[in-house]
Design a protein. Sequence first.
Lengths: 103, 230, 291
Amino acid sequence: MADPMKIRAQMKGDVAEIRILMSHAMETGQRKDAAGANVPAHFIQTITVDVGGKRVIDGQTGTSISRNPVFGFKMKGAKAGDKVVVNWVDNKGEKRTDEAAVA
Amino acid sequence: MALTLIPFAAPTGGAASFGTALQESDMTKKMILAIAMATPLMIALPAAADGDHRAKAIAVIKKDFQPRGQASLDRLAEDGLQAVCNRSGNKPPKYIADKMEADQMAGVKYPADGKLMGDWKEGEKIAQSGRGFTWTDNPGLPVGGNCYNCHQIAPKETSFGTIGPSLYQFGKLRGNTAEIQKYTYGKIWNAKAFNLCSEMPRFGHAGALNEKQVKDLVALLLDPESPVNK
Amino acid sequence: MKQNFIGALCALAVMGGAFAQTPKKPAAKPAAKAAAAPAAEATDAATLEFEKFRAEMEDSNPAELFEMKGQEQWKTKRGPKNVSLAESCDLGQGVGKVDGAYVKMPRYFADADAVMDAERRIVWCMVEKQGFKFDDIAKKPFQVENDSSAPDITNLVTYVATHSRNTKIDVPLNDPKVREAYEVGKEIAAYRAGPYDFSCNTCHGADGKRIRMQNLPNLSTPQGAIKGVQGWPGYRMTGGVMLTHQWRMGDCFRQQRFPQPKYASDAVTYLLTYMIGTANGQVYKGPGIKR
């Protein structure tokens, strides 16, 4: 399995603030290495986020996203204790799932 | 009482070697004694460089660096000017500064054809480039002037440093006479000829910039058509 | 004796004026104030926006990814001796103790008979306690852009540094050996050499200076020094790499046109002692994030 994510989820009033830090090279395929050859594309393609058992984000991402990306969003309808489950799959088929509880 | 002022450092061309710490401190002692006796009016004396710690620092530097790329170990040896500036905290006594500035000036190579201004458009490119002399630089490529790292120059370039004074309107403020051209050329070639411990590198003296490049920079600063002077 | 002699002379000396920067020769006196006085600190719109972005990013600094790895490596039995750093490495606060350790280094370690900065001490533990070879670590101590991960030592430094976040810098300058390292480091920082006559102080010796648009902290004051210190270790968004204070020292020398300081050597430790010691009393907010 790939490197773990760091998930922070906190209630601020009735809004849950969720921040996900992912460890990924996010290579666009355009960059050249020291020898001048293209570094092959290697990037996250799909991200899903479930909160309290419900799918809240189902996204497709592309090469415009930088290395070790941070995703942050706010949502209503969550409460402290809800489980946040984040899953990503990249273009090579590698994947990673992590979870945290809303504080 | 007859006193001989003992020369403080090797002539500018020579490279001082390490391990002369004891010798230096003896000479420093004599020099300071000489100043104290010969000048009733005390001038600002070099309190900055503590002899023992400086000697240790030189020893540590000598043992703890390794060559890489074009950055060879001989770069760590102080030349006469660096030694004077380092030992005096960049505030050398005036009589030493005067003499050594004259030495530096004597080494400035002015163009044989007597033309000191080149092409300001080329000058701007040279001023923009920070390339050269590091261990990651290709020694075969031209060295840049690094100018915007420290100076404001042409008004359109807002990404400029403030380590040195603004050069905006340099020519507009000073005019464009032969004397100003000579000063400008000389300053870029060897800033230390004018101010011994200036922070500005000695671009010509160090072999960083060649005659044509310096002429182009002079034009950037002095040509009335240059954006610097508009 | 020599020190007292100079001291006595200085006590009598009339302070000469600051060395004149203006040229001596030309007849035309340039205006003392240039036509446009440039703002000292880079405070234009772009910089302010970036500072906002940086403040947001600090809340989810990718440095945390390296800290997580470092934590795992700290606690795991590793190396030929199959020992964990948690059970064997004393960073100055007791074996295995990491809280507040980073800001109390460099310090003198009797078992090594040397003043050591954080990275150097952790390397020492990896070598002496875990049995790793110094040369293997020193061969590639820093992450470069093409690396998908950072070296172990970088992860460990990030982990240890995180456990000093929001703590005051407290380098033990009362220890004579540390004080000595500090004073020698101060001289190294003042040492001009190389083809451009640069020293550390050329860029870092005064307030309000910048190189291009990069503000330069004045490392000779506590307020300036902490700005330099708390950026390290730091995540650099350009290239997505985690870098340490040892790395930065080396890269400064590269830009000074010097040759390269040896990894974890006295030259670097003494400089770090000067720089971090000058920041004593200031609050460390690292690990940092950079553009």
